[in-house]
Ligand binder design. Structure first.
Ligand code: FE2
Length: 249
Protein backbone atom coordinates (compact mmCIF):
# COMPACT_ATOMS: atom_id res chain seq x y z
CA UNK A 1 0.00 0.00 0.00
CA UNK A 2 1.23 3.47 -0.81
CA UNK A 3 2.30 5.64 2.07
CA UNK A 4 -0.18 8.34 2.99
CA UNK A 5 1.30 11.26 4.84
CA UNK A 6 -0.21 14.61 5.82
CA UNK A 7 1.89 16.73 3.53
CA UNK A 8 0.56 18.99 0.85
CA UNK A 9 1.16 18.96 -2.88
CA UNK A 10 3.73 21.74 -2.75
CA UNK A 11 5.74 19.85 -0.14
CA UNK A 12 5.49 16.66 -2.22
CA UNK A 13 6.77 18.56 -5.25
CA UNK A 14 9.70 20.04 -3.35
CA UNK A 15 10.70 16.63 -2.01
CA UNK A 16 10.87 15.28 -5.54
CA UNK A 17 12.83 18.25 -6.85
CA UNK A 18 15.31 18.03 -3.98
CA UNK A 19 16.20 14.50 -5.00
CA UNK A 20 16.86 15.49 -8.59
CA UNK A 21 20.20 16.47 -10.11
CA UNK A 22 21.14 20.19 -10.00
CA UNK A 23 20.44 20.59 -13.71
CA UNK A 24 17.07 18.97 -13.35
CA UNK A 25 16.29 21.24 -10.42
CA UNK A 26 17.20 24.29 -12.46
CA UNK A 27 15.06 23.21 -15.38
CA UNK A 28 12.16 22.29 -13.16
CA UNK A 29 11.97 25.81 -11.79
CA UNK A 30 10.80 27.08 -15.14
CA UNK A 31 9.16 24.03 -16.66
CA UNK A 32 7.18 22.95 -13.58
CA UNK A 33 6.69 25.95 -11.36
CA UNK A 34 5.47 25.17 -7.86
CA UNK A 35 1.72 25.86 -7.77
CA UNK A 36 0.87 29.10 -6.04
CA UNK A 37 -2.74 28.26 -5.23
CA UNK A 38 -4.91 25.31 -4.33
CA UNK A 39 -6.54 25.50 -7.74
CA UNK A 40 -3.25 25.41 -9.58
CA UNK A 41 -2.13 22.44 -7.53
CA UNK A 42 -5.23 20.53 -8.49
CA UNK A 43 -5.20 21.28 -12.18
CA UNK A 44 -1.51 20.57 -12.62
CA UNK A 45 -0.94 17.15 -11.08
CA UNK A 46 2.73 16.53 -10.44
CA UNK A 47 4.73 13.47 -11.36
CA UNK A 48 6.53 11.33 -8.84
CA UNK A 49 10.31 11.17 -9.10
CA UNK A 50 10.06 8.01 -11.19
CA UNK A 51 7.85 9.77 -13.73
CA UNK A 52 4.69 7.95 -12.67
CA UNK A 53 1.59 10.00 -11.89
CA UNK A 54 1.61 10.96 -8.23
CA UNK A 55 -1.39 10.89 -5.95
CA UNK A 56 -1.98 13.99 -3.86
CA UNK A 57 -1.42 12.92 -0.24
CA UNK A 58 -4.29 13.09 2.19
CA UNK A 59 -4.09 16.32 4.20
CA UNK A 60 -5.14 14.51 7.40
CA UNK A 61 -4.46 11.32 9.34
CA UNK A 62 -7.01 8.82 7.97
CA UNK A 63 -7.04 7.00 11.31
CA UNK A 64 -8.47 10.03 13.07
CA UNK A 65 -11.69 10.79 11.24
CA UNK A 66 -14.95 10.61 13.12
CA UNK A 67 -17.28 7.92 11.76
CA UNK A 68 -15.27 7.20 8.62
CA UNK A 69 -12.87 4.30 9.08
CA UNK A 70 -9.21 4.38 8.14
CA UNK A 71 -9.80 1.30 5.97
CA UNK A 72 -12.54 3.08 4.03
CA UNK A 73 -10.58 6.30 3.54
CA UNK A 74 -7.39 4.51 2.51
CA UNK A 75 -9.27 2.31 0.05
CA UNK A 76 -11.14 5.29 -1.41
CA UNK A 77 -7.92 7.31 -1.77
CA UNK A 78 -5.82 4.49 -3.17
CA UNK A 79 -8.29 2.57 -5.34
CA UNK A 80 -10.89 5.07 -6.51
CA UNK A 81 -8.99 8.36 -6.58
CA UNK A 82 -5.70 6.63 -7.31
CA UNK A 83 -7.30 4.58 -10.06
CA UNK A 84 -8.45 7.74 -11.79
CA UNK A 85 -5.03 9.39 -11.46
CA UNK A 86 -3.45 6.42 -13.18
CA UNK A 87 -6.19 6.07 -15.79
CA UNK A 88 -5.91 9.76 -16.65
CA UNK A 89 -2.19 9.36 -17.28
CA UNK A 90 -2.78 6.31 -19.48
CA UNK A 91 -5.52 8.13 -21.38
CA UNK A 92 -3.25 11.11 -22.07
CA UNK A 93 -0.55 8.78 -23.36
CA UNK A 94 -3.02 7.16 -25.74
CA UNK A 95 -4.30 10.56 -26.85
CA UNK A 96 -0.77 11.60 -27.77
CA UNK A 97 -0.28 8.43 -29.74
CA UNK A 98 -3.67 8.67 -31.43
CA UNK A 99 -3.11 12.30 -32.40
CA UNK A 100 0.22 11.39 -33.97
CA UNK A 101 -1.43 8.71 -36.11
CA UNK A 102 -3.09 10.40 -39.13
CA UNK A 103 -5.45 7.48 -39.71
CA UNK A 104 -7.03 7.61 -36.26
CA UNK A 105 -10.79 7.84 -36.84
CA UNK A 106 -12.17 10.99 -35.16
CA UNK A 107 -14.96 9.01 -33.49
CA UNK A 108 -12.40 6.77 -31.83
CA UNK A 109 -10.28 9.76 -30.85
CA UNK A 110 -13.33 11.23 -29.14
CA UNK A 111 -13.79 8.07 -27.09
CA UNK A 112 -10.42 8.88 -25.56
CA UNK A 113 -11.46 12.51 -25.08
CA UNK A 114 -14.59 11.29 -23.29
CA UNK A 115 -12.40 9.29 -20.92
CA UNK A 116 -10.14 12.32 -20.54
CA UNK A 117 -13.15 14.40 -19.43
CA UNK A 118 -14.41 11.77 -16.98
CA UNK A 119 -11.04 11.04 -15.40
CA UNK A 120 -10.12 14.69 -15.09
CA UNK A 121 -13.39 15.28 -13.27
CA UNK A 122 -12.79 12.33 -10.99
CA UNK A 123 -9.25 13.39 -10.09
CA UNK A 124 -10.11 17.02 -9.43
CA UNK A 125 -13.31 16.32 -7.50
CA UNK A 126 -11.63 13.70 -5.32
CA UNK A 127 -8.82 16.13 -4.47
CA UNK A 128 -11.34 18.79 -3.48
CA UNK A 129 -13.26 16.16 -1.48
CA UNK A 130 -10.33 14.87 0.53
CA UNK A 131 -9.08 18.41 1.08
CA UNK A 132 -12.36 19.41 2.69
CA UNK A 133 -12.27 16.48 5.14
CA UNK A 134 -10.21 16.08 8.30
CA UNK A 135 -11.86 18.79 10.37
CA UNK A 136 -14.46 18.78 13.10
CA UNK A 137 -17.30 20.67 11.41
CA UNK A 138 -16.54 23.93 13.16
CA UNK A 139 -17.63 26.49 10.60
CA UNK A 140 -15.97 29.86 11.04
CA UNK A 141 -18.09 32.99 11.43
CA UNK A 142 -17.18 34.31 7.97
CA UNK A 143 -18.21 31.13 6.17
CA UNK A 144 -21.41 30.91 8.17
CA UNK A 145 -22.36 34.47 7.28
CA UNK A 146 -21.49 34.00 3.61
CA UNK A 147 -23.69 30.91 3.42
CA UNK A 148 -26.45 32.56 5.40
CA UNK A 149 -26.43 35.51 2.99
CA UNK A 150 -26.60 33.17 -0.02
CA UNK A 151 -29.19 30.71 1.27
CA UNK A 152 -31.26 32.70 3.73
CA UNK A 153 -29.65 30.96 6.71
CA UNK A 154 -26.76 28.62 7.38
CA UNK A 155 -29.25 25.91 8.34
CA UNK A 156 -31.08 26.35 5.04
CA UNK A 157 -27.84 25.74 3.17
CA UNK A 158 -27.07 22.62 5.24
CA UNK A 159 -30.60 21.26 4.91
CA UNK A 160 -30.49 21.46 1.12
CA UNK A 161 -26.95 20.08 0.88
CA UNK A 162 -27.90 17.09 3.07
CA UNK A 163 -31.14 16.49 1.18
CA UNK A 164 -29.29 16.38 -2.12
CA UNK A 165 -26.86 13.86 -0.67
CA UNK A 166 -29.70 11.64 0.49
CA UNK A 167 -31.22 11.89 -2.97
CA UNK A 168 -28.05 10.39 -4.41
CA UNK A 169 -27.98 7.54 -1.89
CA UNK A 170 -27.74 4.15 -3.51
CA UNK A 171 -26.57 5.66 -6.75
CA UNK A 172 -23.63 7.78 -7.73
CA UNK A 173 -22.69 11.40 -8.07
CA UNK A 174 -21.52 14.43 -6.19
CA UNK A 175 -22.99 17.27 -4.19
CA UNK A 176 -21.06 20.49 -4.71
CA UNK A 177 -21.44 23.83 -3.02
CA UNK A 178 -20.08 26.01 -5.76
CA UNK A 179 -19.50 29.62 -6.65
CA UNK A 180 -20.64 30.36 -10.18
CA UNK A 181 -18.35 33.02 -11.57
CA UNK A 182 -20.81 33.85 -14.37
CA UNK A 183 -23.95 34.29 -12.30
CA UNK A 184 -22.12 35.43 -9.18
CA UNK A 185 -24.20 32.99 -7.13
CA UNK A 186 -23.20 30.56 -4.43
CA UNK A 187 -25.40 27.49 -4.90
CA UNK A 188 -25.59 23.76 -4.21
CA UNK A 189 -25.27 21.70 -7.37
CA UNK A 190 -26.30 18.12 -8.11
CA UNK A 191 -23.88 16.20 -10.28
CA UNK A 192 -24.74 12.81 -11.74
CA UNK A 193 -21.12 11.92 -12.41
CA UNK A 194 -17.61 13.31 -12.83
CA UNK A 195 -18.29 14.91 -16.20
CA UNK A 196 -21.40 17.01 -15.79
CA UNK A 197 -20.42 19.89 -13.58
CA UNK A 198 -22.07 23.30 -13.60
CA UNK A 199 -20.46 25.67 -16.08
CA UNK A 200 -18.15 28.40 -14.74
CA UNK A 201 -18.35 27.11 -11.19
CA UNK A 202 -15.61 26.85 -8.59
CA UNK A 203 -16.09 24.06 -6.01
CA UNK A 204 -16.30 25.33 -2.44
CA UNK A 205 -17.43 22.16 -0.59
CA UNK A 206 -17.51 18.75 -2.28
CA UNK A 207 -19.24 15.57 -1.05
CA UNK A 208 -18.64 12.29 -2.86
CA UNK A 209 -21.87 10.29 -3.06
CA UNK A 210 -20.59 7.31 -5.01
CA UNK A 211 -21.29 4.19 -2.98
CA UNK A 212 -17.58 3.48 -2.67
CA UNK A 213 -17.49 6.50 -0.33
CA UNK A 214 -19.43 4.71 2.39
CA UNK A 215 -20.42 1.14 1.51
CA UNK A 216 -17.51 -0.37 3.45
CA UNK A 217 -18.62 1.34 6.68
CA UNK A 218 -22.35 1.75 6.28
CA UNK A 219 -23.57 -0.60 3.60
CA UNK A 220 -26.48 1.08 1.86
CA UNK A 221 -27.16 3.48 4.76
CA UNK A 222 -26.26 6.67 2.91
CA UNK A 223 -27.82 8.88 5.57
CA UNK A 224 -25.27 7.71 8.15
CA UNK A 225 -22.49 8.58 5.72
CA UNK A 226 -23.89 12.06 5.14
CA UNK A 227 -23.90 12.57 8.92
CA UNK A 228 -20.32 11.34 9.12
CA UNK A 229 -19.24 13.59 6.25
CA UNK A 230 -20.59 16.62 8.08
CA UNK A 231 -18.83 15.63 11.29
CA UNK A 232 -15.51 15.75 9.44
CA UNK A 233 -15.85 18.89 7.30
CA UNK A 234 -12.66 20.91 7.27
CA UNK A 235 -14.07 24.43 7.25
CA UNK A 236 -10.64 25.99 6.97
CA UNK A 237 -10.51 24.58 3.43
CA UNK A 238 -13.96 25.99 2.70
CA UNK A 239 -12.94 29.41 4.02
CA UNK A 240 -9.78 29.37 1.89
CA UNK A 241 -11.80 28.60 -1.22
CA UNK A 242 -14.32 31.32 -0.47
CA UNK A 243 -11.50 33.78 0.06
CA UNK A 244 -9.67 32.65 -3.09
CA UNK A 245 -12.72 33.45 -5.15
CA UNK A 246 -13.57 36.55 -3.11
CA UNK A 247 -16.86 35.07 -2.01
CA UNK A 248 -17.15 36.77 1.33
CA UNK A 249 -19.92 38.19 3.38
FE1 FE2 B 1 -14.95 8.63 -4.74
Amino acid sequence: MSMISPINTQRRHILCLAAAAPFALSSAKTAHAVPTSETAAMTNPVLACNGAPALKPLPFDPAKLNGLSERLIRSHWENNYGGSVKALAVTKKHLTEAMAAPDTPPYLYNQLKREHLLRTGSVVLHEYYFDNLGGSNQADAGSRKTLADAFGSFDAWETEFRRMGLGLGGGSGWVVLGFNTHTGLLENYWMADHAHGPIATQPILVMDMYEHSYQMDYGAAAAKYVDAFFQNIQWEAVARRLEAHRVTA
